[in-house]
Write a protein that binds this ligand. Structure first.
Ligand SMILES: N[C@@H](CCC(=O)N[C@@H](CS)C(=O)NCC(=O)O)C(=O)O
Length: 203
């Protein structure tokens, strides 16, 4: 299996899960800041021009959340459970894409990506995402109170998805004030070497 990745937000999730599951994956680094995800060769792998992409024999898979689920199945693990928990995990994956990481990613884009490519962050572009991040963040913070992980106290792909922006919290200037439960839960995620250093096995 080949995992095309870059040292950025969404590939981080896929790399972390591959590493957590200790799967035999060849990591292929794509420099998105130099346009390597937009070459004709890469666009044949993913017409969206984005990483991550998983290649398993003839099978090509895009979308970090789908890749995490695929890797879990491939390893016979239960990060993507096949019991009653599955619908809850799916619910949080959808909620995250629509409500949490979506707005957190705006901070990542303005304060991490733009400076990397020599552009100025635009604070005005963060006014709306800030409001959404604060209100949906409060929902996640309340949910996490008294829980180890997001769904039934067992680690799942929902944790990897929801936590995606948190390793960049400081640089991205994520407005996490008062979200002690989110911070505590992410500290627990950070106990996993695969989460702390998802790119360690990658070339
Ligand atoms: N929904 C996709 C989003 C992938 C994505 O946004 N990838 C970004 C890095 S975080 C990328 O490859 N950007 C390069 C580009 O758009 O040229 C997923 O979850 O995999």
């Amino acid at each position: 299996m080949k995992l095309f990745y870059g040292e950025v937000l969404n590939p981080r999730k896929a790399c972390a899960v591959a590493r957590y599951l200790d799967l035999p994956v060849d990591f292929v680094r794509i420099d998105v800041f130099r346009g390597e995800s937009r070459t004709p060769e890469f666009l044949r792998l993913n017409p969206n021009g984005q990483v991550p992409v998983l290649q398993d024999g003839a099978r090509l898979l895009t979308e970090s959340n789908a890749i995490m689920c695929y890797l879990s199945d491939k390893a016979g693990a239960d990060l993507w459970p096949h019991d009653a928990r599955q619908i809850e995990v799916l619910r949080w994956l959808m909620w995250d894409a629509q409500h949490f990481s979506r707005h957190a990613a705006a901070f990542y884009f303005q304060n991490v990506v733009k400076p990397k490519v020599g552009r100025e962050p635009d604070p005005a572009a963060l006014e709306e995402p800030r409001g959404f991040f604060r209100s949906y963040g409060a929902v996640l913070n309340d949910h996490l109170r008294g829980r180890r992980y997001v769904v039934e106290d067992r680690l799942s792909v929902a944790d990897f998805a929801l936590a995606a922006t948190l390793p960049y919290a400081e640089k991205a200037q994520l407005p996490l004030e008062g979200f002690a439960e989110i911070v505590r839960w992410h500290e627990r995620m950070n106990e996993l070497p695969a989460w702390r250093e998802p790119f360690a096995h990658a070339a």
